[in-house]
Design a protein around this ligand. Structure first.
Ligand SMILES: [Zn+2]
Length: 97
């Protein structure tokens, strides 16, 4: 399939820099947008334990990636693409069957 998305990091001219995460896709309802849930641990010094946290990041998903819900994807920070999107999917880490 030919990719004509100018906001594709592989076929288009979109550059990314800054933060990079790996997370699970929890929603692919929107066109060319996925919601990625990222788990991380934050250490709380008062209790000397870490706290598990998660955040949901909207990311641009070019159609050539074929990203679906439950996929594990790599996302990277890029320029602001819309009101809420400033991340782009850079690859699928593993495909769940
Ligand atoms: Zn592409």
């Amino acid at each position: 399939m030919e990719c004509t998305d100018p906001r594709c990091p592989v076929h288009g001219g979109l550059k990314y820099r800054g933060m990079q995460f790996t997370g699970k896709v929890v929603s692919d309802k929107a066109k060319r947008t996925v919601i990625v849930e990222v788990d991380y641990a934050r250490y709380v010094y008062k209790y000397e334990r870490s706290l598990r946290k998660r955040s949901r990041i909207p990311a641009h998903s070019p159609e050539c990636m074929g990203v679906k819900t439950n996929d594990l994807v790599n996302i990277a920070e890029t320029r602001r693409l819309s009101k809420t999107k400033s991340f782009v999917v850079t690859g699928v880490a593993n495909k769940e069957k």
